[in-house]
Write a protein that binds this ligand. Structure first.
Ligand code: GDP
Ligand code: MN
Length: 377
């Protein structure tokens, strides 16, 4: 789960991280009022679940309350990478001299959490990692020992931070690590950590992503979740009780079991297709679930065809076939559907499908080839 910058800053502040004084606003008038309360120079920042807001024009410095109002007028309602800005954070502007990057995430390959520090902060860290990886100092954490003082020193020196920052960075990293562990984060970042003209350090931007599977341990975050801007189709699929992830392609994928579905995505890709989604209808799926699954996949208007990959274990092939027949009878499906059905009662299932407009396939690979060909036709 992604949370907003202002929410991430609220959490960090609880752990002692200095953040600029500020408040959220939902209208230009509110922004003006907050700016007047703060007094002096402020920044008005779009609160959306994506990075690169600065580049997109979603972060503006304002020298007065009137300017803050004007900035909020421009930013509210703005579209940033598909997200509409509904709230802005108005906060005291810092006199930024230098910008650094601090981040913690999980390095799956190393099976460790990793802490990263860079003097090339402010900009998108992915770009730094891509073009000048040597500018990022990294330390893997022992899961039992956590973040050690020697690692903090090594990160600070490794990133070639100036003296003022080397001294001050410890508490920021410790707090960030504490938040990362206690909130079951998948990502916790301060970017930029700003060194001000006055020589102090302050978290000018923060990003926290929380592992969805751990949300039950953080009931206090429920209010953050309500503000979540989910993909509308994913939200609907979850409401329908389906394990669905939207992707960018045009071939709808439906299968049984996460492993099989993921393999299907790979095989379709290898055959030159582009999957539109991941959808696992789960073991023991009955006819009704199949209908719902097809309907859900078709909510995505990019879908030009569907590939059903069924390996019947506890799920019976004839049940799935019935579901498909029911679905195509009830729904006016205009896209081709390829079905690979094997396992328990596959023969009975395939017999049921005979004479329908569903395209049968004997293997996963053949199915992938057939659906790619069908949508190209
Ligand atoms: P992002 O682009 O979504 O990561 O948003 P950030 O909050 O990181 O803001 C982008 C950039 O705006 C920062 O790297 C800073 O250069 C600038 N910025 C943000 N807050 C302040 C501030 O208080 N004062 C000044 N002068 N610049 C700021
Ligand atoms: Mn940032």
């Amino acid at each position: 789960m992604k949370i907003h910058e202002y929410q991430a800053k609220e959490i960090l502040a609880k752990y002692g991280v200095p953040i600029p004084q500020g408040k959220v606003a939902r209208t230009p008038e509110e922004a003006e009022k907050v700016a007047a309360e703060i007094g002096g120079k402020v920044v008005v920042k779009a609160q959306v679940h994506t990075g690169g807001r600065g580049k997109a024009g979603g972060v503006k410095v304002a020298n007065s309350a009137a300017e803050a109002k004007a900035a909020a007028e421009q930013i509210l309602g703005m579209d940033i990478k598909g997200f509409t800005v509904e709230t802005v954070l108005v906060e005291q502007a810092a006199n930024i001299k230098e910008e650094y990057y601090l981040g913690i995430t999980t390095d799956r390959a190393a099976r460790r959490n990793i802490v990263m520090v860079s003097a090339a902060g402010g900009m998108e860290i992915e770009e730094v990692a891509d073009k000048t990886p040597e500018l990022i100092a990294r330390e893997h954490l022992d899961p039992l020992l956590g973040l050690q003082d020697y690692q903090i020193r090594s990160l600070a020196w490794g990133a070639k931070l100036p003296k003022a920052a080397i001294k001050g960075i410890g508490p920021f990293l410790k707090a960030l690590h504490k938040v990362y562990s206690e909130y079951d984060c998948t990502l916790a970042e301060i970017n930029p950590l700003a060194l001000t003209e006055e020589g102090t350090l302050i978290a000018a931007d923060a990003k926290i992503d929380i592992d969805d599977n751990a949300l039950f341990r953080h009931p206090e975050l429920a209010e953050f979740r309500e503000a979540q801007e989910d993909d509308p189709i994913e939200a609907e699929a979850h409401k329908r009780g389906l394990t669905y992830v939207r992707l960018e392609g045009d071939i709808g994928i439906i299968g049984i079991g996460a492993g099989l579905v993921m393999t299907t995505l790979d095989v379709v890709q290898r055959e030159g297709g582009s999957p539109a989604n991941f959808l696992d209808i789960g073991g023991g799926a009955k006819a009704e679930v199949v209908t719902t699954a097809i309907d859900t996949v078709l909510l995505d208007k990019n879908v030009k065809g569907i590939f059903f990959n069924i390996f019947g274990g506890i799920t019976r092939g004839d049940e799935v076939a019935k579901g498909m027949l029911e679905a195509i009878e009830k729904m006016d499906i205009k896209v081709p559907i390829v079905v690979r059905l094997t396992g328990t009662r596959a023969k009975e299932g395939l017999e049921l499908l005979e004479g329908s407009k569903l395209i049968p396939a004997a293997t996963m690979q053949e199915g992938a080839q057939k659906i790619v060909a069908a949508i190209a036709a």
